[in-house]
Design a protein around this ligand. Structure first.
Ligand SMILES: Nc1ncnc2c1ncn2[C@@H]1O[C@H](COP(=O)(O)OP(=O)(O)O)[C@@H](O)[C@H]1O
Length: 198
């Protein structure tokens, strides 16, 4: 299947984006091994997470509508946000993916989702922090964190995205905040209780 997907990608996605996809695939596999999550599922989700990245807004809206997806106000204003959900549809319809966990990981790679699985979290992180994203101190620390505490890494990756979005004065989809809060609470709940000494 990998060869078939790669051929499709080279015909439908520009080369720099294909290279990003390959780095996400690799990083998702590495994190999967680290967290003892199914490596093959991580590779499949990484490879197919951006299938609809270059679809036109009209096509994204039409496919979302045909699938019966809820298109909220922010997605209607910025249909590009639907590329994650639509990539999962393409994975199913064009490449016959029927593994619900893989489809969820593709669909949640941009906004995350409160309570999402480890596989989803891994693909979400890999998309945001793969080596091609840059080498700033912030990204370096997120990469380190992604192997130490997956809850904290997802929460802080949401913060990182939110900061970028705030700087660009664009509409923000609220689901990234819900994702952030859920993962922040899981992270805080796992912190050891420090005994206060008088
Ligand atoms: N919560 C959000 N609200 C609005 N836009 C968002 C949100 N999260 C991501 N985006 C934007 O959606 C686009 C797709 O995000 P992403 O899937 O991470 O794509 P890319 O791989 O191009 O960075 C990006 O332009 C990003 O800025």
């Amino acid at each position: 299947m990998r060869e078939k997907v790669l051929t499709w990608l080279t015909q439908n996605v520009p080369t720099p984006r294909v290279n990003h996809i390959l780095r996400v695939e690799q990083m998702a596999m590495d994190l999967a091994v680290h967290y003892k999550v199914d490596r093959e599922k991580a590779a499949h989700a990484g490879l197919m997470h951006d299938l609809a990245k270059c679809f036109k807004p009209q096509k994204l809206l039409q496919m979302a509508h045909e699938e019966g997806l809820e298109v909220d106000e922010v997605m209607a204003a910025n249909p590009h946000l639907l590329h994650a959900d639509v990539s999962a549809i393409v994975a199913r319809e064009t490449f016959g993916v029927d593994d619900e966990e893989v489809l969820q990981a593709i669909a949640n790679h941009t906004l995350g989702r409160p309570g999402m699985s480890q596989l989803c979290s891994i693909v979400f992180l890999a998309d945001s922090i793969e080596p091609g994203r840059g080498d700033t101190p912030q990204l370096q620390s997120l990469r380190q964190l992604s192997r130490q505490n997956i809850y904290q890494a997802v929460a802080l990756t949401c913060d990182f995205t939110l900061k970028l979005l705030l700087e660009s004065s664009c509409l923000i989809h609220p689901r990234v905040i819900l994702t952030r809060n859920w993962f922040l609470q899981k992270w805080k709940a796992k912190q050891p209780i420090v005994q206060k000494t008088v």
